[in-house]
Design a binder for this molecule. Sequence first.
Ligand SMILES: [Zn+2]
Length: 954
Amino acid sequence: MANSCRKLVFNIYIGFYCSAVIMPQKCICPQFTSSPIDEFNKDAEAFPAATNGQIFPWHELRLPTVVIPLHYDLLIHPNLTSLDFVASEKIEVLVRDATQFIVLHSKDLEIINASLQSEEDVRYRKPGERLTVLSYPAHQQIALLVPEKLRADLRYSVAIDFQAKLADGFEGFYKSTYRTLGGEIRTIAVTDFEPTEARMAFPCFDEPLFKANFSIKIRRESRHIALSNMPKVKTIELEGGLLEDHFETTVKMSTYLVAYIVCDFTSVSGTTSSGVKVSIYASPDKWSQTHYALEASLKLLEVYENYFDIHYPLPKLDLIAIPDFASGAMENWGLITCSETSLLFDPRTSSMSDKLWVTKVIAHELAHQWFGNLVTMEWWNDIWLNEGFATYMELISLNITYPELQFDDTFSNTCFEVIKRDSLNSSHPISNQAKTPTQIQEMFDAVSYNKGACILNMLKDFLSEETFRKGIIHYLKKFSYRNAKNDDLWLSLSNNCLESDSTSSGFCYSDSKKTSNTLAFLRENVELKEMMATWTLQKGIPLVVVKREGRSLRLQQERFLSAVSKEDPEWGTLQERYLWHIPVTYSTSSSNVIHRHILKLKTDTLDLSEKTNWVKFNVDTNGYYIVHYEGQGWDKLITLLNQNHTLLRPKDRIGLIHDAFQLVSAGRLTLDKALDLTRYLQHETSIPALLKGLEYLELFYHMVERRNISDVTENLKHHLLQYFKPVIDTQSWVDEGSVWDRMLRSTVLKLACYLNHAPCIQKATELFSQWMESSGKLNIPTDVLKIVYSVGAQTTAGWNYLLEQYELSLSGAEKNKILYALSTSKHQEKLIKLIELGMEGKVIKTQDLAALLFAIARNPKGQQLAWNFVKENWTHLLKKFELGSFPMRTIISGTTSHFSSKDELQEVKLFFESLKAQGSHLDIFQTILEAISKNIKWLEKNLPTLRKWLLISI
Ligand SMILES: [Zn+2]
């Protein structure tokens, strides 16, 4: 994805589409000066052959824009016994330019017949003209050839009858099964279309720009119910006892948001103060786990309606827990589909972190009802406009709704997570080229989600909360039911004046809110679009190097590369042309004031107004950049942390720990200095900061343990247990305390038991025995449940018992914990059995295979096993998951990216090359190779230091 021509390609895309669908007037793009049909007639050889050997009249991956859909009438009849469906549709289209064919998307559908009626035919009820259908599967397209040219500016109705099997995987219209308490296996039919799979369920214009209205009818048996985006209007009884549900016509929306489900689920419902009916659906035996989701959804929907100042436009919103689901959740408008663990909360087995996850997922999907559904990106290159915003809105809405979850304190982890990827050369810009379905799927990654959210958070901090909110309201209102691109957002944010506001230099601010931010903003005459282009159109993260010279601060920006040192020959080339407009913030020892400055140049100088002992940049870690303090900078901060760490804000302490270890990877700071920084942690009063420090030490432990470097492993274990003993020993084995008390308990006890700390093992063993004796009925505190199961799984009897319970459990949260515990076994034959069960897909569902392989690869006894399995079974895995899908990417990176030796790197490289030779290519291959090289370098450079530091410390 690292493509230096990206900007050019991006512009071509925008130009090509030229708002053709948004504005109903004729497109004046130069590309359309000759119509596609003329081009076709001129140069027929340039076009591919359809399956029947005839020439297919279109050769682009994207559809022509001469015909656009206005309305779809869909009738679907799935048969849950024969596992197939028959369907028919009528699409009302507008012809914008005379043409002799209509190109649509269609994948794996059998087209029975297609016909066309003009408006006049419809009016006089004349039968439709039968159309010739050509198919070009390589582009997942069909072309309908019309006998007479369709005339410009007229509407036509296209009718298509088609049928297909319900899909086996997780895309399109697929089947899902669940087991009842009584052991019966039942089947449901469900859709999942994003990004490019609506075409597997009905022929359609499957691109986000082609918004239309949908009227859906579903046939079903009386024992089932049918759900769709809109509420049901009526049910008609057909001959033979079948029922046909008619749903209200949808608002104007993209195809990837259409959804329908036939199932036998039950629900709980409530109504928001604005009158929206919210329901949570689950399989009948899991009904009791739906209540928390209902409470959270009702609250969050109201928060968003207020925050965006736009009512949720549909009369109802359903959220449904699907037994087989490949990702966390999908925001279909009015019918959000979720995996069971992302929606259901079981008070008996769901831990605090499970609760946080469910709440986050609901907050994310509900935000999409505005960001994504109401306003949609023009094309998938800007998927961050959906995903970055939805991820960012999790922070805003959870802070308002559930302050006790203290989500604010973990938001920086969202950014740290993506920095791992974005600091490698193989990263990609937020707004990136994506053409093929595989490339589009790969766009759904941490860069779009996390980095998108982090730069929005930085922008909000820069503009002020109020200005930012006004801007996004403006954006949402202006582009409702339409599509937008990056620049539309920047324009809304920089020109969101309300009538009561005063304006200056093209910007506005309200008299009552002349905050220092806004004033600084105006004074420096920032071009928002220009500034944000540096964050969205170029990849990577900047490093701000600060050097103190008396009362002057010399600032320098460069591209931060965690796997390349300044001494490496390629460093210079990799720095070329990178420049950001960085809204830096800093605080000093002399006051509480947050100072702000925009660093637009490579170097800059700031003058301190007062004498000050220390300076800390990136206040509250709100900025998306790393800071390095040259000279005495780090020493002063380390001394400060040791003397009185509370003089720095908790989020600043988290940021310092993060940046220090990042700088070690990049060869800019020595490991002993970063480790010295963690020495103050014994006194750390903020749990998130303590956990951040612990996370790095644990990471190093796993790295040396996996490489079997026994002396360092032993000494690091000793250090961890000795150093964190006071924290470990004060933990209770009860679900009590604040959110962070509970997070701390889970984390430190998990580590203590992993390191074989005797009191931890003893307590966990005791609880596990009691649980087994009670036949699984004893309630173990949820925060330690995973730990107890993991300790129990180390004996054969315990492992077998857990596997039995896994099959019986009705709680997804519990099943996840059991599966993790089973994967920690030291016995290879048990790990092999788990993989076999995962491949079979009955006891362990296929949807859990990726997480299972990831967990086994993290187990030192399983890492080679998991990797060998992936290599030997690649083609089998490809039958279960699409190449670019999230599970496939998890499998490939989960089983390789922790490697840290040259031999392993070579092996992975050869494997990727063989895949490429077979035609399977993913951009993350390069990321993985870089990550392994980084691990190798890290160990070469830092292992001696770590060894020495431990000898001094223990
Ligand atoms: Zn999302």
